[in-house]
Design a protein around this ligand. Sequence first.
Ligand code: S3P
Length: 425
Amino acid sequence: MKFRKSAPLKGAITVPGDKSISHRSVMLGAISKGTTSITNFLEGADCLSTIDCFRKMGIEIDRKPEEILIHGKGLHGLQAPSDILDVGNSGTTVRLLSGILAGQTFQSTLTGDDSIQKRPMKRIITPLTAMGGEIKSIRDNDCVPLQIQGRLLKGIHYDSPVSSAQVKSCILLAGLYADGPTSVTEPYLSRNHSELMLRSFGASVTSKDTTVTIQPEPELTGQKVVVPGDISSAAYFIAAGLLVPDSEILIKNVGTNPTRDGILRVCRQMGADIQLLDPREHCQEPAADILVRSSSLKGTQIQGELIPTLIDELPVIAVMAAFAEGTTVIRDAQELKVKESNRLDIMVHHLQAMGADVTPTEDGMIIRGGAPLHGASLDSHLDHRIAMSFAVAGLAADGETEITRADCVNISYPDFYKDLLSLQP
Ligand code: S3P
């Protein structure tokens, strides 16, 4: 894909459904009694991997144009999979599903693509093992493939060294199958979609500060889930609207859960003109329309408890920082090294290739913004968020920016390029 400096972006856009909420709705639907209906489900490759895994465990799933129906079989209704469970590129699928599989009565094997085979799984192997689970990295490298022998689990308290919703959710899902309450404390609060959805399906989940506790063996009941638009997908339109002069974009129906809205807070710190219109709620998840107008941005500091609330948006935030006046410092973001790619290294490399003044640090980067950026040929490293972030950079830089292996956006936003181009005159 090739991008050039853009004319003003104008119009309204509806981004696809939230990826995290879409995954969770399939998983909880499968282990509940009755039918779960999901509207605005994200039909990206990651969520389709989750559907595929549950179909292999005997769950009937109807994909209709307007709605997904999950015919749940209850907490103990999954069947031993007929085949290896392939999670593709999806960290959420492998980590959350492992929590469910640890509490079954059968053995299963999980694997995925080249990227997922390098991502750390010790972070779930350690707590699941402490619960009495039997989970083994087949190549003994703490990565997938994982072999999981289901067991009766014990409730534990786990002090997580990382603020990770995937780790937290894995333990909570395993806690459904434990012999007593299970709790997790994380350093800073990560996204809380699992807690909200588990409660609405009938689980007893309590949260206090950064600790969440779940009681075992509830009767989960299928629900009607309406998925809000994904703020992580909206982030690219927020950035494009702010950076391309004279733009005005209305992004409709975006999830604004406070554990996910760090990008809005950072944009405001940077002086962005952003308004939230018509706030509403779908299934306890807040949503709003977001109106973005081009703004001159200034540098800022991003660290600490803000990081988990914008973890997937840091690549595009770094792009915004490169166009902002002054210095932006990103700290406490070492988790970016273990995402779909090493996002810290790739962001620094690609921004430098476009002429930005960026210095990498141990846990983030320092971006001295304001110098004009020029186009470059940049590889996505098969990371959807890298491809989309640099497509946006290409709309604001001089000359031509080429993104190679650009179709990895299928993971979370199959129509991304079409939607982006629809805002151009
Ligand atoms: C996710 C949690 C985050 C995020 C990922 C989706 C989730 O990962 O980066 O894209 O759905 O729980 P971590 O839990 O590893 O931070």
